[in-house]
Design a protein around this ligand. Structure first.
Ligand SMILES: [Zn+2]
Length: 1001
């Protein structure tokens, strides 16, 4: 192997530092300082609550005593992670603030509040000396984080590295049933402050440890309530944690792309302000400690290779040190690919830091119990040579010992190698700035003439919240782009590379108008912008078959906003200004006149406008028209009577362009109302529907929040609601009807003095009953009475299987793998109000959505005509029965597209009992694109199974409608480009037949 000169010197530098570290490691023995007295009572309890000596380490099997610093017992009444003790977040904070008052080595900072107003904190711990230099250190780290500030000067960088100490940021209990980390972090804080052993002192003197002990504060307090309920009802089943945070459960750890949740924003802002080198998130699931940082492939394609090497270094050190302590079941690798950037810890990976994550073994509460593992958990494998025990008594204290021991070994290793990691931090930042000169691209451009300026601004604000700098062109500019392949979809690599070298890619020039946004890649946080704006390709033959999460997240496509990847470095010389302040689309009223018109471009702000001015009459134009010298799309808003001032103010605020004209256009219109919406949830899972609530709340669309149990009790739903939205549940159609099994005791979810944090979002005396048959009947009556019922993915399955949708059936997929992928859809009936504002193609999120068949008869299966049977001749020839004259073959049925119903036959018309009247037949609004155009981003395998099938169907039923989605329009705050399909349906809920052409027979 040969290295160019700068690489060789770097290599030697790295090598010498790690050699030094190994020597330093050998000099300090982990364990207590014999000259420092221990807190004997506390130490005895640690030993009592630890179920076997090998579940502890010399780092945590004692607690040093202090005369003036309180131990966690001061708040908990027992040692950290004692059986039966689970503190609320406020008690954890109370202890951290006691430490702050007692020691100059601790500072506590408020980092924001949750959706429900609870505080989040960060606790900084280091020696007095480091704490006193915290701010000047932060100034140095800020320079290392942005090497432009020191003109990329290596000597200056080295001087900064030498003068600086690193920040290691630890976050606890983002996942509420994973309960051990807050108390483990309380005790860790105490040790870092008090322990005088050379090992811990070395950490304190070399690293600033930053701790957010509770990330999901709302969920933590609900979990403590459930645990306390369990303690008070010792022989009963306890309610499952159906709500964690205000909106979502486990998916709160998938929000680092869309940044919809306050906890993500608060940790992101803390990360951006403190410039830590590590973000280390604590989880509990598999035994006993899985350092899942290294994980498994495929790795995220946009992170710096320096980072992936750091994962290996720190992760293997962790495994090695704990194995030497004799602790079983510590391993790296395992089941977790590192592809998606949606995890909280990935804030560091995509911002030049180091992302880390532990899975330790929790008992979901503070009970000590016998745990029996499955063979896959206790068997030895190549990466787990010292596996967990098949069976062991396990306590919360054991989990604490593992978490603290692992963190202490990591902090020690990090402190010992702090200069190496600080230099890496600088190098990763520098290499992010060098992106245009190295791997590219030079920039992404969001054109100034995008038809959806509101959604464009929304996407850009998300990038700003990620710390990305934006620029805006002050004049038109021209760059050279790679010529697109024939289709609108990005070029897909051929299945097998051809032997001969491919010809140079053809380029074409494109001129972007002034006002275009430019996301320059010569900035320190270029990596996150590149990762979010680029396309993803997961090969169908990838050896990783156990895919951990979504395979695609391309923000421009999901936002229905054009984003152009520009490799041509000329883009960086275009005349432009740095954007200061949040990006807003321009809004207001142009011209003067009695009638106001607003182009329907599917910008989400339009629904906010409708509800903000809910008493103002508005109409939708059913055809495109021209007015004020401009073209207006089908669906554009016509407002005849509005207070000019109110409309101007709201349009300004929402970034909506309103045009005043003298007369309304002479096209057909229907009222656009602000109907009464209900979101229906189950008591089985509220995970996916939470993303719908986030979207509706952000856009200020009011809704009632009802459960399947409410629906089972309300025979006249139509008197209360116009639209019922039933987001995916993920538990199957029968379970929606049945609910939880009725064995055992009722499972209450409500606010009581014992459980003050339950309820609030919704309440029930017993979570077990489901929708039931009465609920099903009430829902069906709601639709017959004229209501609109919107279903998605598995709730579409539910609607089809329980008879809401005559003429629609669902096929089980055999080969399809669209795993959190982005697929292209095409309009079939652009005159439907549901398609208003959309163009000739829309990319949508799909997770193996149902494959619909359409039929004009009840009970028909639809599908393609049967291929010819075995017989004489070629495939196109007719077969000929022998020994009689050939019979006349009737004309073959007209060719039917996979999204269409086969035409009505004479046989069906003879006694048309099952024939659906033309005005009650399913109306397909969007379909999946043809096979060759279907793929947009992520993993798509077996796509021909779903290609061309209906993706969104409006099914009339009685006086109402059922709207079926195979794709998911509301997902993780990432799919803002498809929200308006739902909003269109809502706003035109009583005019969905607009623009419909009926069949003759
Ligand atoms: Zn977790």
């Amino acid at each position: 192997m040969t290295f160019s000169r700068p690489f060789r010197s770097l290599f030697i530098f790295v090598l010498s530092l790690s050699t030094f570290a190994i020597i330093a490691n050998a000099q300090i023995k982990p364990g207590r300082d014999p000259n420092q007295p221990i807190d004997q009572e506390y130490t005895n309890k640690i030993r009592e609550y630890t179920t076997a000596p090998y579940f502890n380490s010399p780092l945590t099997d004692y607690l040093p005593a202090s005369t003036d610093i309180p131990t966690p017992k001061a708040v908990l009444g027992d040692v950290a992670c004692a059986p039966g003790k689970l503190p609320y977040a406020e008690d954890v904070y109370k202890y951290m603030r006691m430490l702050e008052r007692a020691s100059p080595r601790v500072k506590v900072f408020s980092i924001g509040t949750t959706e429900e107003g609870r505080e989040m904190i960060a606790v900084a711990i280091a020696s007095e000396q480091l704490i006193s230099k915290m701010e000047e250190n932060r100034a140095r780290l800020t320079k290392l984080a942005d090497p432009r500030t020191i003109n990329m000067n290596e000597a200056e960088a080295d001087a900064l590295v030498n003068a600086s100490f690193p920040v290691y940021y630890i976050t606890g209990t983002i996942h509420s049933p994973e309960t051990g980390s807050p108390t483990a972090l309380m005790e860790l804080a105490y040790r870092l402050v008090v322990d005088n052993s050379p090992y811990v002192k070395s950490i304190r003197d070399s690293v600033l440890t930053l701790i957010t002990p509770v990330v999901e504060v709302d969920g933590r307090n609900r979990m403590v309530d459930v645990y306390n309920w369990h303690l008070a009802h010792p022989n009963q089943n306890w309610p499952g944690l159906v709500y964690w945070g205000h909106y979502v459960a486990h998916d709160n750890n998938r929000d680092a792309i869309g940044l919809s949740l306050k906890l993500t924003r608060n940790v992101m802002n803390t990360y951006l302000a403190w410039k830590p080198q590590v973000l280390h998130d604590l989880h509990e699931s598999v035994p006993y400690l899985y350092d899942n940082t290294i994980g498994d492939g495929p790795y995220n394609a946009w992170v710096d290779p320096i980072l992936t090497d750091e994962w290996q270094m720190i992760g293997w050190n962790n495994v090695s040190e704990m194995t030497k302590f004799g602790m079983p079941g510590v391993f790296a690798h395992g089941n977790f690919d590192t592809w998606s950037p949606g995890y909280l810890m990935f804030i560091a990976a995509t911002h030049n830091g180091i992302s880390r994550l532990y899975e330790t073994f929790g008992n979901a509460g503070a009970d000590t119990v016998e745990r029996t593992l499955s063979p896959s958990e206790y068997q030895r494998t190549w990466y787990r040579q010292n596996p967990p025990l098949p069976k062991a008594k396990w306590s919360q204290r054991n989990n604490n010992n593992y978490q603290q021991t692992a963190l202490l070994t990591s902090l020690y290793y990090f402190g010992n190698n702090s200069k190496l990691f600080l230099k890496n931090f600088y190098l990763k930042s520098k290499r992010s700035i060098d992106k245009p000169k190295q791997e590219g691209p030079a920039a992404y451009v969001l054109p100034g003439d995008d038809p959806r300026p509101g959604n464009q601004a929304e996407l850009l604000r998300t990038l700003q919240a990620q710390g990305v700098e934006l620029s805006k062109a002050t004049a038109p500019f021209t760059v050279s782009l790679r010529k697109k392949a024939g289709s609108a979809a990005p070029a897909r690599p051929a299945a097998s590379p051809s032997a001969s070298p491919s010809p140079a890619p053809k380029t074409e020039d494109r001129t972007f108008p002034a006002g275009s946004y430019i996301v320059r890649m010569d900035q320190p946080y270029s990596r996150i912008a590149d990762a979010l704006l680029d396309y993803q390709y997961w090969a169908p033959n990838d050896p990783q078959t156990d895919i951990y999460d979504d395979t695609a997240w391309t923000m421009g496509e999901l936002g229905n906003v054009e984003v152009v990847r520009v490799v041509d470095a000329k883009v960086l010389t275009a005349p432009m200004d740095r954007v200061t302040g949040e990006v807003r689309s321009p809004g207001g009223i142009t011209n003067a006149g009695a009638v106001y018109v607003i182009n329907h471009n599917a910008d989400n702000a339009l629904v906010t406008l409708r509800y903000r001015l809910k008493d103002v009459e508005m109409e939708a134009a059913e055809e495109p028209f021209e007015a004020a010298g401009r073209k207006f799309n089908r669906g554009s808003f016509i407002v005849r009577k509005a207070n000019d001032e109110d409309l101007r103010r709201v349009a300004n605020e929402l970034g909506i362009q309103v045009y005043a004209v003298a007369d309304a256009p002479s096209v057909k219109m229907h009222p656009l109302r602000a109907p009464r919406i209900a979101m229906m949830h189950t008591w089985l899972s509220t995970q996916d529907e939470g993303w719908y609530r986030v979207g509706l709340d952000q856009l200020q669309v009011p809704f009632a929040y009802i459960s399947t149990q409410d629906v089972s009790r309300e025979p006249n739903l139509k008197s209360k609601y116009d639209v019922i939205l039933f987001a995916p549940v993920g538990r199957g159609a029968q379970t929606i009807i049945n609910g939880l099994p009725m064995y055992g005791n009722p499972l209450p979810w409500k606010k009581t003095t014992l459980t003050p944090n339950l309820g609030g979002i919704d309440e029930t005396d017993d979570m077990r009953p489901g929708l039931g048959w009465s609920g099903l009947q009430n829902l069906q009556k709601f639709v017959k009475d004229g209501g609109l019922f919107i279903t998605v993915d598995d709730t579409s399955d539910f609607a089809v299987n329980y008879g809401f949708t005559a003429g629609v059936s669902v096929n089980r997929s055999q080969r399809l793998r669209a795993v959190g992928a982005i697929l292209r859809t095409k309009p079939v009936d652009a005159a439907s109000p549901i398609a208003y504002g959309y163009g000739d193609s829309l990319a949508m999120y799909c997770m193996n959505g149902p494959i619909f068949n359409i039929n004009n008869g009840v009970g028909g299966r639809g599908g393609r005509p049967a291929p010819r049977a075995t017989g004489r001749g070629t495939p196109d020839d007719p077969d000929v029965p022998q020994g009689r004259p050939p019979a006349e073959i009737p004309d073959p049925p007209a060719r039917v597209e996979p999204w269409e119903a086969p035409p009505v036959t004479d046989e069906q018309l003879r006694n048309a009992i099952g024939l659906i009247p033309p005005n009650q037949r399913p109306r397909v609004i969007l379909r999946y694109a043809d096979s060759r155009d279907l793929f947009v981003s992520g993993l798509l395998d077996g796509g021909d199974e779903i290609a061309q099938r209906a993706a969104i169907i409006d099914v009339p039923s009685g006086n109402g409608h059922v709207l079926l989605f195979s794709t998911n329009p509301f997902w993780r705050g990432q799919t803002k480009g498809s929200y308006f399909l739902v909003f269109n349906a809502i706003l035109s809920w009583d005019n969905l037949n607009a623009g419909r052409k009926l069949a003759e027979k």
